[in-house]
Write a protein that binds this ligand. Sequence first.
Ligand code: ZN
Ligand code: FE
Length: 254
Amino acid sequence: LHLIPLPALADNYIWLLHDDEGDAIVVDPGDAEVVEAALSLRHLRLRAVLLTHHHPDHVGGAASLQQHHAVPVYAPVDERITSATERVGDGDRIELASPAVRFEVRAIPGHTLSHVGYLGNGLLFCGDTLFSLGCGRLFEGTPAQMLSSLGRLAALPGATLVCGGHEYTEANGHFASQIEPDNELLQVRRQQVAQLRADRQPTLPVSLASELATNPFLRVDTEAVTAWCRRRGVIGDRVARFAAVRAAKDVFNG
Ligand code: ZN
Ligand code: FE
């Protein structure tokens, strides 16, 4: 299988996954033309579309692709996603013949209430829930919900490749260093990210193991994040610490 992040819109990635026979799926096609161009260039047949959540930058191209390619569009149960042909929820399995891929659906509310992730073939398509060095904004869910969702993802095997929906890594890294200035693995990752971006390369996918070592939103139980919270007068449980880090990111201008 070949995994390709297609840059789209301002800073989205549409994930393209295809086999050597030319059968492909895409995840979160915010722009149909980007997908059509990639399919033509690589001589691929589109077989399915997977959607993680209802935001236009993730679903905007799905209806057009569905019409032109007559493919199933998998999406969570949410009436705001009108292009869906198959509805999926937590624990559901998706099995495709070509490309030969299997995904398990995980409910991961927080960014939006109906947000799902797709897990399979060592890949995690997590939309706007988990980014490299960051996580999605809480538009609909509570900090407790998002922390629980991130906890479900954090429990996956460390070799899992995180395929998030946006190229936010450089800015996220700047913020992460404010939280954990002494995290050496974070510094190494930020240098790698700076080089990738200088070469116009994507910083995703990234291994979950790397994120567990560097992403402050996955590290609310560490001494470093707890100490940062204490300095800011945040005393309380892990949900309070997560909420404090998320709120600080919301107003961070780096
Ligand atoms: Zn979103
Ligand atoms: Fe988005």
